[in-house]
Ligand binder design. Structure first.
Ligand code: GLU
Length: 480
């Protein structure tokens, strides 16, 4: 593991804006951010938008929005690779001048022919270095004839070694590597090259990214050496897997950060859960506030094994987070999804609804969806409950009695409502359930929910009486 004592930590998240931010990217960003924050370091955001066709500004916006939502704030101005062409050109020139790169004029057909031959011989394709030995004169003539060319790195002989913070010593024989392209025929630089130039320019000390980039690392190290740059520490994070142990992807359902937000997951819960995906705090603790994560996080505890994404666990973390939150904060989260929720009601009423419903909800959306009856009289009644609990007109008689009792309650509290209901069930020599179920159906339309008495207190006397009267009028409904 690297020492960071005499060099302040600078890390970056470098997404390609060819899609929205997914869980994998979000976890990479979070680990970079936590590492920076826990070392008083700097977290940077770099947009890798050299692919002009697939990169879109709306994805940049979405990525930034998702990172902001997760509280992963970046410290310096956003870096766009598309604005750094002059810098890349200079470095390409440096590679050519120092004889670490060369122009390759092989055309597509020629390369396809070589590939075909090698494949026939059962060999993997690597560029054979045809243009490595062109003379200055050959090159001059081809350039004068405007022959299309790419720039390739000259892979040196020998081997490339590095020590990854998670995966340990990795050694690659250089003859397994291609003289890969650093600039295309239109002069545009490729990923491995721009990443190295930028990571050096931005003073990145630790490259924390997905394990899928391990195979790029030897190529990048060769570039670091060719350009005379010092090496950063490489830290590759294990992949996030789906339940089938295959790399998490769209096949496993929505994996975009915004989709989780829209499904009612809280940012602090998603961050808490993502932190545990591949990182082990070393204790039994599972619920962390952001400050606690910053305090506890260390790369030493990142696991090598791929971490399986478990939606039930995320839901559990979300539910626990909701339970711990202040009702005012839950309301703010609800309003960030739907500003109009509970629009016509007093703040105290909304906070009471939240207090009552939050123990029953895994997500904010579930809370919103299941609390409709606090705002509108039920338009329909749960048919299963109706068939079971309100079969005959005898129920109507019981409810009419109960309504009369309710009308006489002076102080409308859950305790008083309960006392009256129990008194009545004694008088009628019926179990309280004979009242509780139909009353719940009448006031909420639902067969289950939070404590009936508490719910009635929140709804208020007038609303409860009105809903009971209406139910008595239209129930039981005859279902054949
Ligand atoms: N743009 C690359 C990606 O999105 C970043 C790789 C890196 O962090 O070096 O995978």
């Amino acid at each position: 593991m690297t020492q960071y004592t005499n060099q302040s930590v600078r890390v970056r998240f470098a997404p390609s804006p060819t899609g929205e931010l997914h869980l994998g990217g979000a976890r990479t960003a979070l680990f970079n951010w936590l590492f920076a924050r826990s070392h008083n370091g700097t977290f940077l955001l770099r947009i890798e938008d050299t692919d002009k066709v697939r990169s879109k500004q709306n994805f940049v916006d979405q990525i930034c929005e998702s990172l902001n939502w997760m509280n992963c704030d970046w410290d310096e101005k956003l870096v766009y690779q598309s604005k750094r062409n002059d810098i890349y050109k200079k470095s390409i020139q440096k590679l050519l001048t120092s004889d670490n790169a060369y122009r390759c004029f092989c055309d597509k057909e020629e390369l396809a022919r070589i590939r075909g031959e090698r494949e026939k011989a059962g060999l993997g394709y690597t560029y054979p270095g045809t243009c490595r030995s062109l003379t200055q004169n050959n090159i001059k003539v081809k350039l004068e004839n405007n022959t299309l060319n790419v720039i390739r790195i000259k892979i040196p002989k020998g081997e490339t070694k590095f020590s990854d913070s998670i995966y340990g010593e990795i050694t690659v024989q250089n003859n397994e590597l291609d003289d890969f392209i650093v600039a295309r025929t239109d002069g545009s630089p490729t990923y491995n090259f721009t990443a190295v130039v930028d990571d050096n320019d931005m003073g990145i000390t630790h490259i924390i990214r997905g394990e899928d980039h391990i195979s790029n690392t030897p190529k990048q190290i060769i570039l670091y050496n060719a350009l005379g740059y010092g090496l950063p520490q490489f830290v590759h994070l294990p992949m996030i897997l789906g339940p089938d142990k295959k790399r998490l992807s769209k096949r496993h359902g929505a994996t975009g950060v915004q989709a989780f937000r829209d499904q009612g997951f809280l940012s602090s819960a998603l961050v808490n859960y993502l932190a545990l995906l591949g990182w082990n705090p070393g204790t039994e603790q599972e619920l962390f506030r952001l400050e606690e994560l910053i305090g506890e996080f260390s790369l030493e505890r990142v696991l090598k094994k791929g971490a399986v994404f478990d939606i039930q666990k995320l839901e559990w973390v979300n539910q626990q987070t909701i339970l711990k939150m202040k009702n005012e904060d839950i309301l703010n989260s609800i309003h960030s999804i739907n500003m109009l929720w509970g629009d016509s009601r007093y703040l105290d009423y909304l906070l009471s609804v939240i207090e009552l419903m939050k123990p029953r909800c895994k997500t904010i959306i579930e809370l919103m969806d299941s609390s409709d009856y606090f705002f509108d009289d039920p338009q329909e009644y749960d048919s299963k409950t109706m068939r079971k609990r309100w079969k005959t007109n005898e129920v109507n008689e019981l409810i009419i009695y109960f309504m009369e009792v309710l009308k006489n309650i002076v102080t409308w509290t859950q305790e008083n409502i309960e006392i009256e209901l129990r008194k009545l069930s004694d008088i009628k020599e019926l179990s309280p359930a004979k009242f509780i179920h139909p009353v719940r159906l009448a006031v909420s339309g639902a067969g289950a929910g939070p404590s009936l008495f508490h719910m009635m207190e929140v709804l208020g006397k007038d609303v409860c009486i009105r809903r009971l009267e209406k139910a008595v009028e239209i129930l039981p409904i005859d279902h054949d």
